[in-house]
Design a binder for this molecule. Structure first.
Ligand code: SF4
Ligand code: SF4
Ligand code: SF4
Length: 325
């Protein structure tokens, strides 16, 4: 039994070490922070981040611990990201990746390339994670969404968030149109950056006031255009979540376990979470009948869940070491 419990942490450790090994070995300009301070320190960081991933996997393989561990490790990701940005700005550019500053607001992943006319590293990183792990960007990897998750920690309100899709489409289309207009009118970078900053501040306001009051991630599910892009593109990845019709009693207890507004009564009747589901797994342990399950092609629900955790936790740990501006 104990050996079985070691499989996932061991798999995450090996995956993280494998990924970071190549970064440390092949990339000339050191990407791992420890290497920038002490020659050879990057190897220690590879090992330490692998251990961190294994620890997270050890705890998150228990469905009952997922919500708590995901909340704190995701928030830690955000703290590491923003601390490095602050230290880079105030102390030394050793804490920055490229040194080319851009606003740390997720909508820049889409608006930035449209305005500039070419993709950024962040856009490529984002698309790769959608291919590898579907919507996990919005549950484990985004530096901004972690703040919404923490703000929405309180009691979750019942019932769907009103006008969610109307708002999502409006913001997404306005963002795309706005970026195209800024580009065509050759609006200077400073003005475009101020506009993007205003977008981010409005988002923070939604997090601090509405998400906190609702106990749900209103910013991520209704406002952030990257969340909408994730909702629309996540099906390129085969991971799914479903509700087992043969065991679900329609008791509706799980409706208050989802911060992403994806487990309303209509979703339970349809036997699958709504489109804003990020496969976070917070709801799995709340079902007394174990009816909420992962699916990946022909694998069993447990195998599918373990594979999902392996990919997602490995990406989380590796990007924690690499994601900085
Ligand atoms: S919805 Fe936006 S802010 Fe929220 S996690 Fe996704 S990309 Fe990040
Ligand atoms: S808690 Fe389980 S049994 Fe009850 S509605 Fe949700 S999925 Fe169905
Ligand atoms: S339905 Fe479950 S897995 Fe999907 S977002 Fe909601 S809590 Fe997470």
């Amino acid at each position: 039994m104990r050996n079985k419990k070691l499989r996932l942490p061991a798999g995450v450790f090996i995956t993280v070490v494998f990924l970071l090994f190549f970064v440390q070995w092949k990339v000339e300009n050191p990407m791992l922070l420890a290497e920038r301070f002490i020659k050879g320190g990057g190897w220690f960081e590879v090992f330490a981040v692998g251990l961190y991933g294994a620890l997270v996997a050890w705890h998150m393989q228990d469905p009952g611990k997922v919500a708590r561990w995901r909340k704190y490790t995701w928030f830690a990701f955000s703290i590491v990201f923003f601390s490095q940005l602050l230290l880079g700005l105030l102390l030394s550019d050793i804490f920055l990746m490229s040194g080319k500053l851009h606003l740390p607001v997720p909508m820049m992943i889409l608006a930035g390339p449209i305005y500039r006319g070419h993709a950024s590293v962040m856009t490529i990183l984002f698309l790769s994670t959608v291919i590898l792990s579907g919507p996990a960007w919005c549950s484990h990897l985004c530096y901004f969404g972690a703040i919404d998750n923490i703000a929405a920690s309180g009691k979750t309100r019942r019932g769907p968030i009103r006008y969610k899709w109307a708002l999502k489409w409006t913001v997404l289309l306005l963002l795309i149109a706005g970026a195209v207009v800024l580009r065509l009118m050759k609006v200077p970078v400073l003005s475009a950056t101020l506009l993007a900053g205003g977008f981010g501040i409005l988002g923070l306001g939604i997090i601090l006031i509405i998400s906190r009051r609702e106990g749900r991630m209103v910013h991520c599910t209704s406002y952030c255009p990257i969340g909408t892009v994730v909702n629309l593109t996540q099906k390129v990845n085969p991971f799914r979540m479903y509700i087992d019709d043969s065991s679900c009693t329609s008791c509706m207890i799980c409706t208050t376990s989802c911060k992403y507004d994806a487990l309303n009564e209509s979703d339970i009747k349809a036997r699958r979470p709504g489109n804003t589901c990020t496969l976070c797994g917070d709801c799995v342990s709340t079902c007394h009948a174990s009816s909420i399950k992962y699916r990946f092609l022909k694998l069993s629900p447990d195998q599918s869940r373990n594979l999902y955790l392996l990919i997602t936790i490995s990406l989380h740990a590796a990007t924690m070491a690499l994601a900085r501006i």
